[in-house]
Design a protein around this ligand. Structure first.
Ligand SMILES: [Zn+2]
Length: 74
């Protein structure tokens, strides 16, 4: 192993700090909105249409035939 200089240690600490702040920011945003804040994709089992919905959550009606379909999970 090679000894870390003070500058390298400070740089590594700052990098970890920035990563930690980004992680905390995205975790907080995820908890606020949850899965319902994200758009979702749906596949209609009746007419085979694939469509999107602005928010995930409950069953979403197909724009072509009106059948209620659950969001696709990836
Ligand atoms: Zn349909």
């Amino acid at each position: 192993m090679f000894p870390l200089s003070t500058g390298m240690a400070v740089l590594a600490g700052l990098s970890l700090g920035v990563l930690g702040m980004l992680w905390a920011f995205y975790e907080r945003r995820e908890r606020r909105g949850g899965a319902a804040a994200r758009p979702s994709a749906h596949h209609c089992v009746r007419c085979d249409a694939v469509y999107g919905a602005p928010r995930a959550g409950a069953d979403t009606p197909c724009p072509r035939c009106g059948h209620l379909n659950r969001a696709l999970r990836f």
